[in-house]
Design a protein around this ligand. Structure first.
Ligand code: PLP
Length: 386
């Protein structure tokens, strides 16, 4: 390996912004307190948590009271889906897009096993779920629709605002997983029109272990974690003060720098995608669909994505075959299968996701390495993949 390692897996997680780290450090050292305590230490921690909440709310264009801190995007998604099921005593109908993260799809599967009825709406070949397809899935007993704002895997943006209008007209709740969208594209809960929304700090240079469940005023999500009265009885557990402070700081910078971030990320992605012309039989999935500025999802013909990821890792480049949660298995991605790709093509994919620390020079080094490793694997590949 020559030179430093290059990290191009920012949809899995992002490096911590040093400014965020600096804001967190006092809360991992000289400052501490339980925000529920009435003494001075507790009140200091309370202030820090509420400042974090105001900053996260500002990123979402929402009110601070609408933000509930949770430990992960996964938890927020589980909470919303399970709450819908509890409200209908496990009997209603759920609509989830086939693009959803496993934290929604697996919760829906679990509820289906318990008797709920679930409709999975596939995206088109363009990686976008059609509004009409969601409409067609709605039933009189539909309790909840889950549609993510941006796919973690292929990066396509989904028509959440349009679906929200239709859901509202019919009195059906809409949950939007905006975990991959936050910090990369504008997020305005008022314009989006969803009832609940999930975001997580670690996807935009904030810390792991801090996420938010946003709930529109008047919408109730039944608590998923029970215990103390924290978060206005909406989520028990002593708050993770350092992580929440970091989340707030990451949100503040993301909001202030959003336009610059979008153009930095899009410039890297476009440079990368233009450079792919030099590598034979590599195409970008859903290139003309509305997409996140930072994600390129590639079809690398005749090459198994997992093998390519491992070779690139050995050469000093971190990328992914798709979602981090699905890696380590050889199963083709459900997202790609739902888009209509045959399994062997779904297995020949690579996800490259840029972050704010990446540079044009890294893109160029990666393109060289990719060309080399793809050629090497094609020499070895069994003909069945071709
Ligand atoms: C779209 C999407 N939703 C939810 C999650 C889960 O978030 P967390 O890692 O905070 O559990 C992820 C992260 O991989 C994601 O990409």
């Amino acid at each position: 390996v020559t030179g430093a390692r290059v990290y191009l897996d920012n949809n899995a997680t992002t490096p911590l912004d040093p400014r965020v780290r600096a804001a967190m450090l006092p809360w991992l050292g000289e400052r501490w307190g339980n925000p529920s305590s009435i003494h001075r230490s507790g009140q200091d921690a309370r202030e820090a948590v509420e400042e974090g909440r105001a900053r996260v709310a500002a990123l979402l264009g929402s009110r601070p009271e609408e933000v509930v801190f949770v430990a992960s995007g996964t938890e927020a998604n589980n909470a919303v889906v399970r709450s819908a099921a509890r409200r209908s005593s496990g009997q209603g109908h759920l609509v989830v897009s086939a693009l959803e993260h496993p934290s929604i799809r697996m919760t829906a599967d679990d509820l289906a096993a318990l008797g709920m009825s679930v409709t999975v709406v596939p995206p088109g070949a363009d990686g976008v779920v059609a509004v009409t397809a969601v409409e067609a899935a709605l039933r009189p007993d539909t309790r909840l629709v889950c549609l993510m704002l941006a796919s973690n895997e292929i990066g396509t943006l989904q028509p959440v605002a349009e679906v929200a209008r239709e859901c509202r007209r019919r009195g059906v709740a809409l949950h939007c997983d905006a975990v991959q969208a936050a910090g990369k594209i504008p997020l305005d809960t008022a314009k989006l029109g969803a009832d609940t929304l999930a975001i997580g700090a670690h996807k935009f240079h904030g810390p792991l272990g801090a996420a938010a469940l946003w709930t529109r005023t008047g919408v109730e999500v039944q608590p998923y974690v029970l215990g103390g009265g924290q978060e206005r009885r909406r989520r028990a557990s002593t708050e993770n003060v350092a992580a929440i402070v970091g989340f707030g700081e990451a949100a503040r910078h993301a909001a202030a720098e959003l336009a610059d971030r979008r153009s930095h990320l899009a410039a890297l992605r476009d440079r990368f995608e233009a450079g792919l012309a030099a590598i034979e039989d590599v195409t970008v999935h859903c290139q003309s669909s509305p997409r996140l500025p930072n994600t390129s999802h590639l079809a690398v013909q005749g090459v198994e994505g997992e093998a390519l990821t491992i070779r690139l890792d050995l050469a000093g480049f971190a990328v992914s075959t798709g979602s981090a949660c699905a890696s380590g298995t050889m199963e083709p991605s459900p997202t790609l299968l739902a888009m209509g790709l045959p399994p062997h093509q779904a297995l020949s994919s690579l996800r490259v996701s840029f972050g704010m620390t990446n540079t044009a020079a890294e893109v160029d080094r990666f393109l060289d390495a990719l060309g080399r490793e793809v050629a090497a694997l094609r020499r070895l590949a069994p003909s069945v993949l071709r």
